[in-house]
Design a protein around this ligand. Structure first.
Ligand code: ADP
Length: 656
């Protein structure tokens, strides 16, 4: 054989024997990069594929030693090991990353083998480099996927158990190992059914793949100690080449969640019970309080009560009042917290409302020498529709606090229109005082229930610590928010926003409020009330105004009296009474179809929302909530005089 190297470029123009020409063509067109070394291990030839793949021309490579070649091809590449058996007679093969002329790298499959001539003598060495970059990339991606999957399984917080089609264990992760209390080797190949507490898990796995609800059959995993871990299972098929070859069972330990849920439910039930208890107690306390406050008022109205005794009674009245305020706050708060409070829509005038509320606070402010100012944005329509009573309550709380916690200076109440969209108005109320202020550290807890910033033992002012919590809930129900800014020693500013509507014009006519002075003649009043003290209080109040009172201890007695003598102008009807309650009595009264129906005022300690509506819907004319004060009663009587129903009675002679 001709020992001259075979090279197309190097032998251009030379006429080669046919077999050498074929060989030259094979080398030249070989898709693998070929590098031929001579017996001195110097490059005698590279083919076109080498130049295309690595960028080196033959002229640059020819004559380079094997050491130079490997240095050029692997400069800056760490890791890739050239095979030790290179240059020996034995063929060798390995995968390598090699550098190209432009600095980029290429993954190749290197194959090296010694060449021999016809006589079996060494005739050089050939290195063939096949580009495997694509395959390598694919392998890397596959590796990444496998690692991701393995991590997912290994570090999953849930137990992941792979099972074959019959439900035999293939593998499981550490969480499953802990849940089962058994190493993987112990269960590999074994039926998983007993550990999943079912007869046969295979059919369940197959069915769960079609119908996810079947997963619910798997509710526990048994630990080697015999204990059972409660689980939420999901099943996923293992699909290889389009065929299901097994299943993953993923089991979430829900014992902890269940425990938390039970604790949460218990806490909620406890809160509900507490609220109900508070509401019930408050309600029960209101009734006897009615007696205490009413009786002290009567005592105080007596001119014979003088000196020290008068002071004591005055103290009882004040304490009774404070207690009643607290009870009312608790009732309000529990009602708001139970979500039973609804938003009402009624027409009102903001200027009237702020005026009335300031008038209520005026005596306290005057006593402390405080200035009370009010300013209403003139862009706010005269008549609004909104929840007047909730707004009043918020304002009363905030203005009351401002007066309570300010010893000198002024209190400003202002309202401005923030935004108007159609007839929807957003109003901002600001109550600013020059009082003691609140420290920054105390501001965050201010709107929490039962927050009082002064020490319980050293407190100087009254309060339940519920006012602001109630105000916040009320403002939220009215679609707004409440906030506070304060500087200790300088004062506080409470700001809240609520949503109202502008009232249509026809509602803007002023409502005629009957005046107490219209009460012109003594009335005949029948009182249906079982509580003796309440009977006494109401009777005394009425008698002091010159009215005639007859008492009935329950609804049945009221009816009996009416049947006997239908001469009454008014019936004050307690709702909760033994034998026959107020509602039933009202029904019966209506059924009597009397030629003159008396005016019926419901009297109840049920200060809950909806009671008033229920009484009016039952046909009663008015509603009074206990404890009854004289001014409330007078107001109700004034309304009675304003009602045309009473004209009927004017002809009756009382024989007085
Ligand atoms: P309370 O019915 O006790 O007044 P609130 O919830 O209305 O309950 O108020 C809680 C506490 O916040 C009060 O006890 C008081 O310490 C503080 N506070 C409320 N308003 C003011 C104010 N305008 N200036 C200073 N402190 C206030």
């Amino acid at each position: 054989m001709d020992n001259r190297p075979i090279s197309q470029t190097g032998n251009q123009g030379m006429v080669l024997p046919p077999e050498r020409a074929i060989l030259a063509s094979v080398v030249s067109h070989n898709p693998n990069a070929l590098v031929l070394f001579d017996n001195e291990q110097r490059i005698s030839l590279i083919n076109r594929a080498f130049t295309v793949s690595f960028g080196w021309e033959e002229a640059e490579m020819r004559g380079k030693s094997a050491a130079e070649f490997s240095q050029i091809m692997s400069s800056g590449i760490t890791g890739g090991q050239w095979p030790d058996t290179l240059w020996s007679k034995e063929p060798c093969s390995c995968e390598l990353e090699l550098r190209k002329r432009d600095g980029q790298t290429l993954f190749v499959q290197l194959t090296g083998y010694g060449l021999e001539d016809d006589g079996g003598n060494q005739a050089g060495y050939l290195i063939s480099l096949a580009d495997i970059s694509e395959r390598k990339l694919f392998e890397l991606k596959l590796q990444e996927t496998i690692e991701r999957y393995t991590s997912l399984k290994k570090y999953n917080h849930d137990a992941v158990i792979s099972l074959d089609l019959e439900g035999r264990v293939i593998n499981y992760n550490n969480v499953a190992q802990r849940m089962l209390g058994r190493p993987v080797e112990e269960l590999v190949g074994k039926d998983f059914s007993p550990y999943a507490l079912v007869d046969r898990i295979g059919p369940i796995l197959a069915e769960a793949h079609r119908d996810a609800t079947v997963e619910r059959i798997l509710t526990g995993i048994q630990h080697s100690s015999g204990s059972v871990c409660e689980i939420l299972a999901s099943i996923a098929p293992i699909i290889i080449n389009g065929e299901i070859t097994g299943y993953y069972m993923i089991a979430k330990d829900i014992s902890e969640q269940k425990k938390l849920l039970i604790e949460k439910e218990a806490a909620e039930a406890m809160t509900r019970a507490k609220s109900e208890f508070l509401a019930m107690m408050s309600h029960e306390i209101r009734n006897p309080m009615n007696g205490v406050i009413g009786m002290t008022r009567l005592l105080l109205s007596s001119p014979s009560l003088e000196g020290e005794l008068r002071e004591y009674v005055e103290l009882i009245r004040k304490s009774g009042h404070s207690l009643l305020n607290i009870v009312n706050d608790v009732l309000d708060f529990t009602r708001l917290e139970s979500g039973k409070s609804e938003l009402n829509h009624e027409p009102f005038r903001l200027s009237e409302l702020t005026g009335e509320l300031l008038a209520i606070q005026m005596p306290n402010a005057v006593q402390k020498g405080l200035k009370l100012e009010v300013w209403n944005d003139e862009r706010i329509p005269a008549q609004l529709i909104g929840d007047k009573s909730k707004l009043s309550q918020v304002l009363l709380n905030l203005i009351g606090n401002a007066v309570k916690f300010t010893d000198s200076g002024s209190i400003k109440v202002s309202f401005r229109l923030v935004e108007q969209r159609g007839d929807q108005l957003e109003l901002e109320g600001v109550i600013e005082d020059t009082g003691i202020g609140i420290s920054e550290s105390e501001l965050p807890q201010l709107f929490h229930p039962f927050t009082r910033l002064d020490n319980y033992l050293t407190r100087t002012v009254e309060g339940s610590g519920l006012g602001l919590a109630i105000s916040r809930r009320l403002v939220e129900i009215m679609g707004g928010k409440i906030a506070v800014r304060s500087v200790v020693g300088e004062g506080s500013t409470f700001t809240f926003r609520v949503v109202c509507r502008a009232a249509p014009l026809e509602l803007a006519a002023p409502v005629r409020v009957p005046q107490v002075s219209e009460n012109t003649r003594p009335l005949r009043v029948l009182i249906g009330e079982d509580n003796e003290i309440n009977q006494l209080v109401i009777r005394k109040m009425l008698e002091k105004s010159g009215h005639h009172v007859v008492l009935a201890a329950n609804g049945a007695e009221v009816l009996e009296e009416i049947r006997r003598n239908n001469c009454y102008d008014l019936i004050l009807l307690d709702i909760l009474m033994p034998v026959m309650n107020g509602m039933e009595t009202m029904q019966e009264l209506q059924a009597l179809q009397l030629d003159r129906q008396p005016y019926v005022i419901a009297v109840t300690a049920n200060a809950l929302k909806g009671d008033r509506e229920a009484c009016l819907a039952a046909g009663m004319d008015d509603y009074l909530s206990k404890p009854i004060r004289r001014d409330m009663l007078e107001q109700a009587l004034a309304k009675y005089w304003a009602s045309p129903k009473n004209n009927l009675t004017s002809a009756i002679d009382y024989g007085e």
